[in-house]
Design a protein around this ligand. Sequence first.
Ligand SMILES: NC(=O)c1ccc[n+]([C@@H]2O[C@H](COP(=O)([O-])OP(=O)(O)OC[C@H]3O[C@@H](n4cnc5c(N)ncnc54)[C@H](O)[C@@H]3O)[C@@H](O)[C@H]2O)c1
Ligand SMILES: O=C(O)C(=O)C[C@@H](O)[C@H](O)[C@H](O)COP(=O)(O)O
Ligand SMILES: [Zn+2]
Length: 364
Amino acid sequence: MKRIKVHLDKRLSETHEICIGYDFQDRIGLLIAKEHPANRYVIVTDSNVSGLYGKTFLEKLRELGLPAELLEFPAGEGSKTMDTVLALTSRLLERGVDRHSLLLALGGGVVGDLTGFVASIYMRSVPFIQIPTTLMAQVDSSIGGKTAVNLPQGKNLLGTFYQPKRIFTDLKFLETLSDDEYLNGVAEIVKYGVIDEPGFFELLEREVPAIRERNLEVLKKVIEQSCRIKKGVVEIDEQESGFRRILNYGHTIGHALEASSNFTLAHGKAVALGMIAASGISVQSGYLSLEERDRIENMIRDLGLPVRIPESFPQSNVLERLQMDKKKEGSELPFVLLKKIGIPFITKGVEKSHLEKVLEEMKA
Ligand SMILES: NC(=O)c1ccc[n+]([C@@H]2O[C@H](COP(=O)([O-])OP(=O)(O)OC[C@H]3O[C@@H](n4cnc5c(N)ncnc54)[C@H](O)[C@@H]3O)[C@@H](O)[C@H]2O)c1
Ligand SMILES: O=C(O)C(=O)C[C@@H](O)[C@H](O)[C@H](O)COP(=O)(O)O
Ligand SMILES: [Zn+2]
């Protein structure tokens, strides 16, 4: 197990660590018992992860003498709502959970975002730990302290910045993850390749077959590097006053697609499409070469992610959803564009005609 430190501004939150390795689930309970004393431990998980890992993890904590319990909610993005927040908080109250208790988010990004949000507001905050079980959560959502729920109008419209006390990332969890859910996490890894050093993008290009085969040695390298890239960005700009926005590459259109599908299009797939769209706008605006745009699209296609927007997403609907983006500044909608692979930048807004042309070209 490796330990990667996340150093944050002391005024806002404490430094914590990502413990990353393969097959150390037994040690997670032990480390929690030794290093995170609490009067109650509440595992928060979803209905799929509960059966796969939640109940055995609960037993392990109890075997260590910890007063532990488990709360679950229905799996899926549809649960990332205020209704689930209210249901979870009333169950926490019924069970006497207080500020000396610890929440354990065991699951994918939905579990992590929801549990983090609840932890940040319940009794004006209780501590929580992230135990990510999807690739998406291991490389992205467990790191950085963004918590959120969706509103019918748009993605992640309610949320907080609230850091976990620790992150336990065990790659063994990924062995039960479906190929489809695995691919959603791969999309965010491509994002790091595009916004960070070109060497990482080139490594991903070389390793496309190994990534598709879920080769463990390659995954170890790629997941660790992704965690290092994300934590590096968050350390510079924890609360997204500027630089952290580069992590939103592909997300402006991605979020609009998710909302216009009523959150049935998965986040990773939406981001894959959004990255191609943002690269296309970068070409239209004269910043990025067509050759580099094509390298991005080819990699996304070769990895098995979508590259065309299905007919069920009319352009007018997507444009309407973009107006609900929380990053909007007056009438301008900032975008993360590219000068090159590895050189992202933030624009105040983009030409509507460029946006429309790119969305038209991406139609299936
Ligand atoms: N906070 C952030 O910085 C951040 C970053 C990226 C994504 N997100 C959010 O994360 C969410 C998407 O996360 P996700 O892709 O993990 O989706 P998810 O949490 O819905 O998990 C996907 C599916 O995999 C199942 N699952 C989880 N772990 C499993 C395992 N080990 N084996 C088998 N099945 C398993 C879940 O039950 C679910 O059905 C979105 O809401 C997105 O907005 C947040
Ligand atoms: O951590 C960040 O910052 C990100 O933007 C990571 C994204 O992958 C993630 O999807 C995030 O939830 C998007 O946040 P939002 O503020 O654009 O809703
Ligand atoms: Zn994302």
